[in-house]
Ligand binder design. Structure first.
Ligand code: ADE
Length: 284
């Protein structure tokens, strides 16, 4: 996996790409990251990347030509899937991450200011991705989120592949609670079952607690989880323990299922001159 990033703030990425799991993955040649300074693709001596908006209005707009030159030059040697990080994009999800992880080369465009001249999207962008419904000052932090989550899907990046498989959202359920030493923190003790050595009982407890965490924190997720009839029975028990927020005949799960299927909201939800450039390569 090769990830190229285009930004006017390349320095933001240096600590991120040299630390922890990503730093180690790059050291071990499991992935490669190249950071390109957009200003290196400008044609003027001031290396300017923005201008006033046609039609007036506040702020500045990033000019199309440096972006188009940068993307085309980077893609020339290694064509890639070109992603603009933008609040107007498709929301990033674990499913989308899995799809992106199968691509050999991702080219990430990190915009700033009021955004990019529309002709960038029209010509050199395959997909716009947002990391959430809020506005960041630029796409750099969003690109880091994307890089981190995609890197987790590259075999060998996470020491224990099992922990990737068990990540929240992969199963559709949130994670169960975790504990480590000491056994007692003030009056709070580690659940006995985790000290029992009974692996079956521990797995059962963890499944129940995943269900409980999902019901409490993200009940909207429950309706889309695929459960066996035995697991569905356990869900019923956990719902009863938690106290159903609905006082009628439907359990919260049934109610959500009906909302989703009955009203079909589930379906609806859903090289210019060759010149010196400062591409910081994070491949050693
Ligand atoms: N740039 C600004 N806000 C963003 C967001 N929410 N997601 C991705 N890129 C962005």
């Amino acid at each position: 996996m090769h990830i190229s990033v285009i930004t006017i703030f390349p320095e933001i990425f240096s600590g991120f790409l040299s630390t922890s799991l990503i730093g180690s993955a790059i050291d071990r040649n499991l992935m490669r990251a190249s950071i390109h300074n957009l200003r290196d693709y400008t044609g003027d001596e001031h290396r300017s990347v923005d201008d006033e908006p046609f039609g007036g209005g506040p702020g500045m707009v990033m000019s199309a030509i440096p972006w188009i030159s940068a993307v085309n030059q980077i893609a020339e040697s290694n064509p890639g899937w070109r992603i603009l990080l933008s609040p107007q994009g498709t929301r990033l999800s674990e499913e989308k991450v899995g799809e992106l992880a199968t691509r050999g080369h991702l080219i990430l465009l990190c915009g700033r200011y009021e955004g990019l001249d529309e002709r960038v999207s029209d010509t050199v962008v395959d997909e716009e991705i947002s990391i959430g419904d809020y506005v960041l000052s630029g796409g750099e932090v969003a690109a880091m989120v994307l890089i981190e989550t995609v890197s987790r899907q590259i075999p060998g990046v996470i020491g224990q592949w099992q922990s990737v498989q068990q990540d929240s959202f992969r199963s559709g359920l949130l994670d169960y609670p975790h504990y480590t030493r000491p056994r007692k923190v003030d009056t709070l003790e580690v659940p006995d079952v985790l000290l029992s050595g009974d692996h079956r009982a521990i797995a059962d407890w963890r499944f129940r607690e995943s269900l409980r965490a999902t019901l409490r924190k993200r009940p909207d997720l429950i309706a889309s989880v695929k459960l066996t009839s035995q697991q569905r029975r356990i869900l019923g028990q956990v719902e009863a323990e938690e106290g159903s927020p609905l006082e009628f005949s439907e359990s919260p799960t049934e109610s959500l299922l009906h909302q989703n299927t009955g009203r079909s909201s589930h379906e609806s939800a859903q090289t210019e001159k060759t010149r010196l450039r400062t591409c910081t390569s994070f491949k050693r």
